[in-house]
Design a binder for this molecule. Sequence first.
Ligand code: PLP
Length: 358
Amino acid sequence: AYNFNPGPAALPLEVLQQAQEQFVDYNGIGMSLMEISHRSKEYEAINAETQALLLELLGLESGYKVLFMGGGASTQFATIPLNFLKPGKVGSYIITGSFSEKAYEEAKVLGEAVIAASNKEGKWRSLPKAEDLRIDPNSAYVHMTTNNTIEGSQFSYIPETGGIPLIGDMTSGILSRPIDAKKYAMIYAGAQKNLGPSGVTVAVIRDDLLADEPKHVPVMLRYSTHAKNSSLYNTPPVHSIYMVNLVLKWVKNNGGVAAMEKNNIEKSKLVYDVIDASGGFYNGNVDADSRSIMNITFRLPSEELEKQFVKESEKHNFVGLAGHRSVGGIRASAYNAVPYEACKALADFMADFQKRNG
Ligand code: PLP
């Protein structure tokens, strides 16, 4: 199958095969990894190695902790204001799609949140420019979504926040391209797109943000609890973290994040080129300067044709091309693990579909 699922999404075939080999008997211990204690030396090694690998791939050798948490990226929408939004301060949100809206709404449940910029009125077509951001100097943090999964846009710059901690939801963009990660005080991502299967969420947090133990926050929901216990405060999703470990090694062994970006640019260009050459038959949802290299979104001249496109694509072994139910249209999610050949096949299918229906 050509897997363009938005998430849970394609995993590298080699990783699946490796996991399959070790599924019943992990490294000769006579048991599956899922059957052993999270306090065992085998799991402790995976835990430590996975944290170190993620820091290495992000280019963050020191000054940050990697936490493995549950509840998906959506729970982070709440734990961020719970931990960092102090009385008298505001949380500033850059609203660029439905996930950043959800994060903002969750902050409003817990305290005061303000909008630093939004492109909602422009139907999410073009991301706010750096000079259009209005960051309240009284902000406890600034929150942004670096890649907008549903809308199909990606930031090409990191906002300057004047020393206010910047928090990036990188669920659908993490490790898709090199970033200056030090500019973020916190990066978080649900694993199920570029990191592994669902079930674990990574939160990479700068040490100074972990120093404070917010006493009003339940112990389990404090970042400091998980940092102090190296993500072993409670039972972690052992198998998901093991899969993340394998995926990170795959990224590293395949040239690291720079190589991922090169591939992702080439892959997404195949599809964007067909859109741009289609004379308006395919209509990109996002302006060229805001386009994502992960989630490619576009419309056809009618909803009928879109339905036909999806139906026919399925017959040709394409999976997951229907746009998010909230926006319709078509979305091809071409995460790191989606091979070049899948994007080439999609580009060819699109050109052929236009020939027959344009
Ligand atoms: N943020 C972004 C950018 C996402 O793409 C998603 C899921 O697709 C989420 C947050 C929510 O993640 P989860 O389903 O892990 O709660």
